[in-house]
Write a protein that binds this ligand. Structure first.
Ligand SMILES: Cc1cc2nc3c(=O)[nH]c(=O)nc-3n(C[C@H](O)[C@H](O)[C@H](O)COP(=O)(O)OP(=O)(O)OC[C@H]3O[C@@H](n4cnc5c(N)ncnc54)[C@H](O)[C@@H]3O)c2cc1C
Length: 455
């Protein structure tokens, strides 16, 4: 790999920052990750990543990219109590009100708590000889060249001490609350345009005792909200003896943090599997809640002027409705794209990186926002293409109830392992049509049998 510069700084040591640092480590003499929090001694949630208390699934694509960065990482997480499994064969998926037909596939997923996933990435990263992290270090602002054409470093506060740190490249991975728009404005640049789709999602989460016989041995249940109540829910394997359950809905229809009401809410989901855990398994934690207001995308790729030596990364660029489990995978994809960009040097890096990242973001953004727009209260344009896709995916689910190959094709796309066009291939189109005809035939048959037995 070529050496591009002496020093790169990453702001934020959550998943996006750690993966960005891994991408940079092959190209810079030293990479310094600056994190406002102290790292926990064991893999438990921390203040700067409050979502770490809630269910996190890593999509197949994210796992394979992280594994490429850190060979053996999957096995390490499994050795620490996580589980690796088949995303199609070992998980029950319920969408559009129907359960997808489950069958073995090559989609490999990894389940463990969010702090465990992050802790294992952090330790592997910091084992690299040219990467270091500074904890308790809050970045206060950017240092620019005199003509403000380039970022030259950052101003930080470590405890009571303020200091400047120089760098050839600064990457902001400080999350959804990123100060980049304000920092850029203070240097005389425009703020990026923001796209916001309000959804008012609420998560309520509790950890329960897992018994190996629960869920008939499956590792997870995922319910993607659909009419009439639009409620979501997941049960995910955390360790051999723990499940994490997160459930909730749109626009203040949030699951209550009360044992009986939480169970009743779980009972309103289109499968009894989540209710069965919530009502019968031993609780191992209190309830915790999280409010997620809106899908948010900052259009850095549309800015005509952008300072040299600066990038924005991960949730700071785009934060998706967490229900679709895409954030960590998109961060991993961005890290791989950053490496590809750096292979060609650092000339015009921001323009090239934001263009590449935009392509990686477009598909998960369309999946998340397109599906959210099915909810009648979500505000946003619904062009004919979005209406058609949502109608078609509904038909596809009906067919995939009995067609494992179609179900796996859908999961391949949802796991960002294949482009959405896969679902419109002639073979899959035929499966959707055939599946819907046989559904109707089954319904007619059931009606006829019902009428005969009434008679
Ligand atoms: C409820 C919920 C559930 C989710 N579930 C999933 C899931 O199932 N699958 C999935 O892939 N993704 C999921 N996500 C998204 C996922 O958590 C994020 O996409 C992922 O953590 C990457 O985010 P990030 O690193 O960009 O930002 P964050 O995780 O927000 O981290 C930002 C980091 O920057 C630090 N920081 C902030 N400001 C400063 C500063 N000024 N100086 C120094 N440090 C600073 C913070 O302390 C923090 O460590 C979920 C999100 C939520 C909210």
């Amino acid at each position: 790999m070529k050496r591009i510069g002496e020093h790169a700084i990453v702001i934020g040591a959550s998943m996006a920052g750690l993966l960005a640092a891994r991408g940079l480590a092959d190209f810079y003499g030293t990479v310094t990750v600056l994190e406002r929090d102290a790292f926990p001694v064991s893999d438990i949630p921390r203040k700067g990543v409050p979502q770490g208390r809630h269910a996190h699934g890593l999509l197949a694509r994210g796992r394979s990219v992280i594994e490429r960065f850190f060979p053996g990482w999957t096995d390490e997480v499994v050795a620490a109590g996580g589980a690796c499994g088949d995303i199609a064969g070992d998980v029950n998926w319920i969408g559009h009100g129907v359960t997808l037909r489950s069958a073995p596939s090559d989609l490999v997923g990894l389940l463990a708590s969010r702090p465990v996933l992050e802790g294992h990435v952090r330790r592997r990263l910091l084992a690299l000889p040219n990467v270091r992290a500074v904890e308790n270090c809050a970045v206060q602002g950017l240092i620019a060249s005199e003509d403000r054409a380039a970022v030259k470093g950052v101003r930080v506060r470590i405890g009571a001490i303020e200091q400047a740190i120089d760098a050839d490249l600064v990457v902001d991975a400080s999350g959804r609350g990123s100060s980049s728009p304000a920092w850029l404005e203070s240097l005389g640049y425009l703020r990026p345009e923001e796209e916001k789709i309000e959804i008012g999602i609420g998560y309520t989460t509790r950890v329960y005792r897992r018994r190996p016989t629960d869920l008939n041995g499956k590792m997870a249940v995922v319910v993607a909200g659909s009419g009439p109540n639009w409620r979501n829910g997941v049960v995910l394997y955390q360790t051999e003896d723990r499940w994490i359950v997160s459930i909730g809905g749109y626009f203040n229809d949030h699951a209550p943090d009360d044992e009986l009401l939480f169970a009743a809410y779980a009972g309103s989901l289109p499968t009894s599997e989540i209710y069965d855990i919530v009502a019968h398994a031993e609780p191992l934690s209190d309830f915790v809640s999280y409010r997620y207001p809106a899908n948010l995308r900052r259009r850095y790729e549309r800015l005509e002027k952008f300072p040299k030596g600066y990038l924005v990364f991960g949730d700071a660029v785009c934060s998706f409705n967490p229900v679709y489990g895409q954030g960590m995978t998109v961060a991993a994809q961005e890290a791989a794209l950053l490496q590809q960009c750096l292979e060609e040097g650092d000339a015009d890096l921001a323009r090239r990186f934001f263009a590449a990242a935009t392509e990686a973001i477009d598909v998960p953004w369309d999946i998340a926002v397109g599906n959210d727009l099915r909810h009648p209260k979500v505000q946003g344009a619904r062009p004919a293409k979005v209406r058609f896709i949502n109608w078609y995916i509904g038909r596809l689910h009906l067919a995939a109830r009995h067609d494992a190959e179609l179900a796996t094709a859908f999961l391949r796309v949802a796991n960002l392992e294949a482009p959405p066009t896969l679902l419109l291939s002639p073979a899959n189109l035929m499966r959707v049509i055939r599946g819907n005809f046989s559904q109707r035939r089954r319904a007619r048959e059931a009606n006829r049998v019902g009428r005969i037995s009434e008679a």
